[in-house]
Design a protein around this ligand. Structure first.
Ligand code: SF4
Length: 177
């Protein structure tokens, strides 16, 4: 007997999932125990549909809240940290590079586990920053660049957006839905 296969149509294709920084999702997980909650009706719908995968790379790596802030030293960026050409240093002078790399790899594992093609990450963070990061001086100076997690996700084909690019993210997601 010939098995009967129903043709795939759009209803059989899983809608894309989106990895989201826990602090953007409303959790008080930042270094100073605050959040950066974003309010958006499309994000709320995605959340109701189970399409937002919440992740905090730093907590996943074992940091607690609150914790000393950290920056990528010497105006370097996440790509240089991954290439072992730069370090992440916290405000007490502690080298926390290994933990930041661990957090990035755990975030990548989470994204892969859930099939996330997109990520919405909190900008300026040495982990999640995707457009802007601090320059390592701890003087509030920023520079264009990516944090360690955002960079690693991009290197593995995940499209990363910051909270300033929600409209662009929604447009991209709708294109592949
Ligand atoms: S590591 Fe990312 S998710 Fe966690 S507090 Fe920092 S910016 Fe938010």
């Amino acid at each position: 007997m010939v098995p009967h296969f129903r043709p795939l149509n759009r209803r059989h294709i899983m809608p894309p999932k989106i990895l989201i920084s826990a602090c953007l999702a409303g959790f008080n997980v930042r270094y100073n125990a605050s959040s950066k909650t974003v309010i958006d009706t499309t994000l709320q719908r995605w959340q109701a549909e189970g399409r937002l995968i919440v992740c905090c790379p730093e907590l996943a790596a074992g940091f607690s809240t609150p914790r000393p802030p950290a920056e990528i030293a010497a105006a370097a960026n996440g790509a240089e940290v991954i290439a072992n050409q730069a370090r992440v240093i916290d405000a007490l002078g502690e080298d926390v590079t290994d933990a930041y790399l661990l957090g990035a790899h755990l975030a990548l594992d989470t994204a892969r586990l859930h099939g996330c093609r997109f990520a919405l990450l909190s900008d300026r963070s040495p982990s999640c920053g995707s457009q802007t990061i601090y320059d390592g001086s701890f003087n509030g100076q920023t520079q264009p660049g990516s944090g360690v997690t955002a960079e690693l996700l991009r290197q593995h084909g995940i499209e990363v957006f910051s909270e300033h690019q929600i409209a662009a993210l929604i447009e991209r997601v709708q294109l592949v839905e």
